[in-house]
Design a protein around this ligand. Structure first.
Ligand SMILES: N[C@@H](CCC(=O)N[C@@H](CS)C(=O)NCC(=O)O)C(=O)O
Length: 208
């Protein structure tokens, strides 16, 4: 297996954090998004949508969509469980992960690209950035309240909800945005982010 990715982009970052928490080692192949590698024919043959990450299996099969890749790896490596152990736990983890992805990471991406996109060919759009910033308060408030009495987003141990939200917090920094300081501030998420940032799973380095 190998993973084609760009380690500082949020969906690859989410997957890398997940791999780190699980202790799964898979080699990485750099797709330099800033240079436009994702639009080259050899990469489009692996993912016609031209985005990362892509998990390439040993027989050449390519899996795309970060959450689908994570769910596949979770089935191959169930321990430690990162999507809960019972149907109710799994529903709770998935609920929080979806709020993190659809409410936070998507809005952060619109904010970053609307402010000053690191990718070529995307024009800044202040109106999009402003709307994205305003939309962040509600999901962050839900996650902040959920995290008031626990060390991780979904409970007493890390789950995919932490991996996704962490990727959003880190990507926001590209545009100088600290998510814990949005709106009136989110003290529980600030505490969570400071603690989660210390975990070895969150360290990234460029692949060679
Ligand atoms: N829903 C996809 C989104 C993948 C995606 O948009 N990846 C971004 C990096 S976070 C990318 O590679 N963008 C390159 C481009 O759109 O040109 C997933 O979860 O994997």
């Amino acid at each position: 297996m190998k993973i084609h990715d760009f380690p500082f982009a949020p969906n690859p970052r989410k997957l890398r954090t997940y791999l780190g928490e699980k202790g799964i080692e898979i080699p990485f192949v750099l797709v330099n998004l800033v240079n436009g590698d994702q639009k080259k024919p050899e990469f489009l043959a692996k993912n016609p949508l031209g985005n990362t990450p892509v998990l390439e299996l040993d027989d050449g099969t390519c899996l795309t969509e970060s959450l689908a890749i994570i769910e596949y790896l979770e089935e191959l490596h169930p321990d430690p469980p990162m999507i809960g152990e019972t149907p109710l736990e799994r529903a709770r983890v998935r609920r929080l992960e979806r709020i993190a992805e659809l409410g936070v990471v998507s809005a952060v991406a619109r904010y970053v690209h609307g402010t000053k996109s690191p990718l070529p060919g995307i024009e800044a759009n202040p109106a999009v950035a402003k709307a994205a910033l305003e939309s962040l308060a509600a999901p962050l408030e839900v996650l902040d309240l959920e995290t008031a009495d626990r060390p991780f987003i979904a409970g007493s141990r890390p789950t995919i909800a932490d991996c996704t939200l962490f990727a959003g917090f880190e990507f926001a920094k590209f545009a100088g945005l600290e998510l814990g300081d949005v709106a009136a501030g989110f003290p529980n998420l600030k505490r969570w982010h400071a603690a989660f940032s210390q975990r070895p799973s969150t360290r990234v380095s460029f692949p060679s």
